[in-house]
Design a binder for this molecule. Structure first.
Ligand SMILES: CC(C)(COP(=O)(O)OP(=O)(O)OC[C@H]1O[C@@H](n2cnc3c(N)ncnc32)[C@H](O)[C@@H]1OP(=O)(O)O)[C@@H](O)C(=O)NCCC(=O)NCCS
Length: 140
């Protein structure tokens, strides 16, 4: 993902994450942190169909976000994006990959479990402004 993808990513953010969506400012900030961030877009022609981002600290990486356009879901794109993030984490030789996911997001939790993530804990009221709990998941 580069800065010129942000305008195409924002409508997907709004549709898929609603109250918890990220702003343009957040994306600009994420993409500016070149050393520690790795953001991908899946494109079909000019259209952005999905995106995903990794944050890498020494030893541990975080899946910052992952999303696929509604009409492209269920075709393996989310799995490809997640695999690409995990490949990057392996290249960076991190010890483990962690993430937070809304506790009511069954499709995403199923995806992460399929890739070997395990439930480690809960952060109460983590999402703002929705107040929804986050499940913390970790993959060694
Ligand atoms: C989560 C998400 C990225 C998955 O993308 P996708 O392209 O539909 O996923 P895939 O087609 O690659 O499916 C991979 C796995 O995800 C899980 N999955 C995907 N959709 C699912 C659904 N509706 N119900 C249950 N499991 C589902 C399954 O484990 C699936 O494996 P399978 O095909 O062997 O059953 C997508 O649903 C999405 O964008 N959701 C909205 C945004 C979001 O919640 N992101 C996660 C934030 S933490």
């Amino acid at each position: 993902m580069r800065w010129w993808h942000i305008d195409a990513v924002l409508p997907l953010e709004e549709d898929l994450f609603v109250d918890d969506r990220w702003s343009a400012r957040t994306y600009w900030s994420e993409l500016a942190q070149l050393e520690t961030r790795h953001y991908l877009v899946a494109v079909e022609g000019e259209r952005v169909r999905g995106f995903a981002g990794l944050c890498d600290y020494p030893d541990e990486a975080f899946v910052q976000t992952i999303a696929v356009a509604r009409d492209a879901q269920g075709q393996g794109l989310g799995a490809r994006l997640l695999q690409a993030l995990l490949d990057e984490a392996a290249r960076r030789r991190v010890r483990r990959v962690a993430l937070e996911v809304r506790a009511d997001n069954d499709p995403a939790i199923a995806l992460y479990e399929r890739f070997g993530f395990r439930r480690e804990g809960v952060r109460r009221g983590y999402y703002s402004p929705s107040g929804m709990d986050a499940l913390v998941m970790v993959r060694p």
